[in-house]
Each structure stands twice: as structure tokens, then as C-alpha cells.
Ligand binder design. Structure first.
Ligand SMILES: *Cc1c(COP(=O)(O)O)cnc(C)c1O
Ligand SMILES: [Zn+2]
Length: 425
């Protein structure tokens, strides 16, 4: 995006594991101790408070994407891709609220991002950072959405992209990847509880010096910074009044870590009061719920074991290990939230409800928030009058095989009313 060179308000980066501090000029991506800590980006909030107010934010066009908040970004705006993510709508569907018996359930429709998932927010920042650092090749490990998004952003800036995905990657995601020009590899699973795509990515980074850009923090700290803009948008779209709860589809825990970071940015800037923080509710599928289980049982992050056999229709939520679980746990605790795990039948039912009541076409991973909300309403944990934001994270076009697989055969008929009548009766 053209314009004057934006000033950086990043003070330092601090490893979440060992506390080692890095200067932003060093352009760090992983902790030098290789301890799988995430390099948390620390901003000069006092200086940002001087220049960023509600009024300034509201005056900027939505088309700026994550760069609408460039003071809170770790890369200069002039390296940004022109693709333009974010600025997604908050839908208050009366038919959906009627169906749920609720008053103020909002859908934050992240399916409308350029490649069809919220991962575009993360990659907008991760790839701008790669461009700033002069990187020519980026690599990712992903179930598909993060890789598709990385491929698009790399294409737009002329950076080569290597993507390692699971054997059974969905067709929608694979089609995007190859069309954007990524060099795509499906990677065989060899050991239970280990993500083979992450293993290969780490090896390739060591062997070739490529820029690691998967959508989790320990391998790329800038991933948290794009998704945090969802929190800013939600607050503004609700007239700067915090909702009671935000439901977050969760795999690696990077997205909810971003939501939490965004909320803290807002409190630091005086745009949200500590006592108004919304409850953060991570939602995982029953077949891969290590983070939710840890949160609800009080197990510390260090004791979380990877899931040995992750399985669910929600293919975007199958990270065996919650890489950003430390910050996710903190965010849930500090906001009085809890975790929810949902079974596949309820996930598929939620895909249908979102589409048929609200007109929103989500992939299974994108619909788990609604499934969790229905459980929490039944349990009384969330009140039917509460203001609730359900994040719908990915488009149904990503997983057409699964959605068609659940509808049965589609009639094939001659163009004659008589034949149509036979089906209508
Ligand atoms: C990646 C993804 C998630 C989960 O995000 P994490 O950062 O891995 O927790 C949720 N929904 C969709 C559609 C995704 O692609
Ligand atoms: Zn460290």
C-alpha cells in the first residue's frame, strides 16, 4: 500500500518461554534458544495512545484491512499486500436469533476474507514482515487455510511459497494453493501425536533458510498480530461496548491468542475497561480437544500432551498440539471463560443452521462456535439475553466434498413439469 513510511511502535520482542529479549531491528522470527517460545511483540502504548483514538480509527476506511491499525502492527505499511483482508461484517440475523431464542447473537463473518478464512489477517502481517526482511521464499505447515492464504499473499508480493499439507487435504484448499502458485506437498503421517507437516517445515527452514510462516506463534510471532484486529473490529462494530462472550474456533490456539492480545491492546489504550473484558470461549472438536480439556481441568500448559489420533470433520482444527496454548489459557482464565468441545454431528448441524437461518456458508471448522453456543445456552452458562459474538472462521467453499456428502442424492430430471411434480409430491 503506498503512502508515507509508517512509524514503528514496537519496543521489543520477548520469548514467552525463556524471557530472552530481542530488538525489533534484528527481525527475529524464532527464539535463538529454539525452545518453542513465542516472541511476543511489545508496543509502546504510551506513544500509541497519543495518536490513536476511537475517532481516528473510525475515520479510516475498512478497506485498509489490518493496516487500519498500523500503529499496532509489527511491520511497516508500505510492505503490505494490496489484497485487503478484514473489515468483515457483524451480522445480527433475526432468523438465527429467533431459532436460538436469543436476543443479541452476532456472527463475525470471517468467511468474507479474500481467500475465505480469517487466516488472511495473519498472513497479511506475516508476509509483509517477510517482505520487509527481504525474504524471497516462505514455507508453511498447514491443514490448508493458512497455506492458501500464505500462497495468495506471497503471490501478490512476488515471494515463493512452499506448502506442506496433510495427505487428505480438502479439494477447495488444494485448488487454491496450486492456483496461487504454491509448491504443494502432501506429507505422510509417520508418528502418532506429531504433525508431519510441522516436522518437515522445521527441517526445511534449517536446511534452506526459508522464512517460516505457519499460523502459529512459536514459528512466526507475527501471526498473532493480524488476527488481533478482530477484537478491535468487534468492539467498534458494537459501538465500543464489549460483548459478554466471544466464541472462537480453536486448533493451535493462535487465533484466540490474537483475540486476547487485541483485547489487551484495547485496555492498554483506554478503549476497553478491564472489568468489561468479554469471556473468551475456545471451541474444539471432541476428537481433538487437548487445549479445552487442559483449560477445564486446570492442567498447566507445560503438561499438555499432543493428541495421538486427532480426528474430526473440522479439518482446520486438527493440530495435535496447541502451540499457542499458554497465552490461550491465560486469556480464557483472565476473562472468566471456559473451553467447549463439540461432536461432529453438532458441527455439521451448525453448518446447516448457519446456512439455512443466517445465509452464511461456513466450513465445518468455521461453524463450531455456533455448536458450542447452543450447548452453553442449554447449560445456562450463557444467558439468552447476553450479547454474544460467534466467530465464523472459514468458508464452506473450502470443503464442498463434506457438505455435499451430507445431503444425499440430487435429483436429475427432464425439463418437464410432470416430472417435477413427481418430486414435489
Ligand atoms: C486455522 C483455523 C482455525 C483455528 O485457528 P488456530 O489459530 O489454529 O487456533 C479455525 N477455523 C478455521 C476455518 C481455520 O482455518
Ligand atoms: Zn526462548
Amino acid at each position: 500500500m503506498p503512502g508515507p513510511r509508517s512509524r514503528s511502535y514496537v519496543v521489543e520482542l520477548v520469548c514467552s518461554r525463556c524471557g530472552t529479549r530481542y530488538r525489533p531491528e534484528e527481525g527475529p522470527v524464532m527464539c535463538g534458544r529454539m525452545d518453542l517460545g513465542r516472541l511476543d511483540v511489545i508496543y509502546d502504548y504510551d506513544a500509541i495512545r497519543e495518536v490513536l483514538s476511537r475517532r481516528v480509527i473510525e475515520s479510516r476506511p475498512r478497506e485498509m484491512g489490518v493496516w487500519r491499525y498500523h500503529e499496532l502492527m509489527p511491520a511497516p505499511m508500505e510492505f503490505a499486500s494490496p489484497i485487503r483482508e478484514g473489515g468483515t461484517p457483524m451480522l445480527r440475523s433475526s432468523r438465527l436469533n429467533e431459532f436460538l431464542g436469543t436476543e443479541a447473537v452476532y456472527l463475525k463473518d470471517e468467511t468474507r476474507n479474500p481467500t475465505g478464512s480469517f487466516k488472511d489477517r495473519a498472513m497479511a502481517v506475516g508476509v509483509a514482515k517477510a517482505a520487509e526482511l527481504g525474504k524471497k521464499v516462505a514455507v508453511t505447515a498447514s491443514s490448508g487455510n493458512a497455506a492458501s492464504s500464505l500462497a495468495a499473499y506471497c503471490a501478490s508480493l512476488g515471494i515463493s511459497c512452499y506448502a506442506f499439507v496433510p495427505e487428505d487435504v480438502s479439494m477447495g484448499k488444494a485448488a487454491q494453493l496450486v492456483t496461487f502458485g504454491a509448491k504443494l506437498f502432501r506429507v505422510r503421517s509417520v508418528e502418532e501425536g506429531r504433525d508431519p507437516t510441522v516436522d518437515l517445515m522445521v527441517k526445511a527452514v534449517r536446511a534452506f533458510g526459508w522464512y517460516p510462516c505457519p499460523s502459529f506463534g512459536p514459528f512466526n510471532p507475527y501471526q498473532v498480530e493480524g488476527p488481533k484486529t478482530v477484537s478491535y473490529e468487534v468492539l467498534e462494530q458494537l459501538g465500543w461496548e464489549s460483548p459478554d462472550a466471544i466464541l472462537v474456533p480453536t486448533g493451535s490456539g493462535c487465533f484466540i491468542t490474537g483475540i486476547w492480545k487485541g483485547l489487551r491492546d484495547l485496555t492498554e489504550l483506554g478503549l476497553l475497561r478491564e472489568e468489561d473484558l468479554p469471556m473468551l470461549i475456545p471451541v474444539q472438536p471432541e476428537g481433538n480437544q487437548q487445549l479445552v480439556r487442559a483449560i477445564n481441568s486446570g492442567t498447566p500448559f507445560e503438561e499438555i500432551e499432543p493428541e495421538r489420533n486427532p480426528r474430526s470433520v473440522a479439518s482446520g482444527l486438527l493440530d495435535p498440539f496447541p502451540w499457542d496454548g499458554d497465552a490461550a489459557i491465560e486469556g480464557v482464565k483472565r476473562t472468566g471463560g471456559r473451553g467447549v468441545a463439540v461432536p461432529d454431528e453438532e458441527i455439521m448441524e451448525s453448518v446447516r443452521v448457519l446456512a439455512s437461518k443466517a445465509g452464511v456458508f461456513a466450513e465445518p471448522s468455521g461453524a463450531v462456535g455456533l455448536a458450542a453456543l447452543r450447548r452453553l445456552l442449554d447449560e445456562g452458562f450463557i444467558d439468552r439475553s447476553d450479547r454474544v459474538v460467534v466467530l465464523v472462521t472459514g468458508s464452506g467453499l473450502k470443503e464442498v466434498e463434506k457438505l455435499l456428502g451430507s445431503v444425499g442424492e440430487i435429483p436429475l430430471i427432464k425439463p418437464e413439469v410432470e416430472e417435477l411434480k413427481r418430486y414435489l409430491s
